[in-house]
Design a protein around this ligand. Sequence first.
Ligand code: SF4
Length: 231
Amino acid sequence: MEIHGFQKTTLLDYPEHIASTIFLGGCNFRCPFCHNASLVLSPANQPTIPEEEIFKTLRKRVGIIEGICITGGEPTLYPGLVSFIHKIKELGYLVKLDTNGNNPHIIKELTKNGYLDYIAMDIKNSREKYSLSCGIDSFDISRVNESVFYLLSNPVDYEFRTTVVREHHTKRDIQHIGEWIQGAKAYYLQSYKDSDDMIQTGLGSPTKQELLEYKDVLSSYVQNVSIRGID
Ligand code: SF4
């Protein structure tokens, strides 16, 4: 596993749990609003942390940390992910996976083995505008769609989430997302935030008023809709 980052303690990444976060490099998407460009575009140039060092720390922190978040980049690209998570589970930790949903077979394998306790899956945009927001021309939505419908069948606790970008999302897109994920348990709207490591610069955030309107639209389709990243 190419581990490029390790945050020992976070209260933000795993809902309702004290967690650590492990960052893996590489991604099969090129979302213009991605704020981890170096990890996505040139992971080989980023420093790595030996897996054994991570496990040494995880073994010491059993009982202090409750959960481990695996994020990226896109973690499901790693052939070794299943055995890596298995080793974490053997230490007794909860595991949360962040994913773009484009590898449903890995999500299913991990879930069926009982290796995941929580999945946070990105919904980049309405299906019609997925190419724009995942940064891949003529994107084939079928595998993302498969992951959406798998999670809607409640195999494990999960959330869907969308980073809302002024230039990408309209009220109509948000409505289409709602229709798509109708019946979902939890959905988070995250306001786009600029960083110094973006794939594309010059994008903007929605206003608080727009986010509240979008939340209202989605509440007709999803049980729990929340907004992250506004005061
Ligand atoms: S936002 Fe996520 S899915 Fe998109 S390019 Fe970045 S790491 Fe990949």
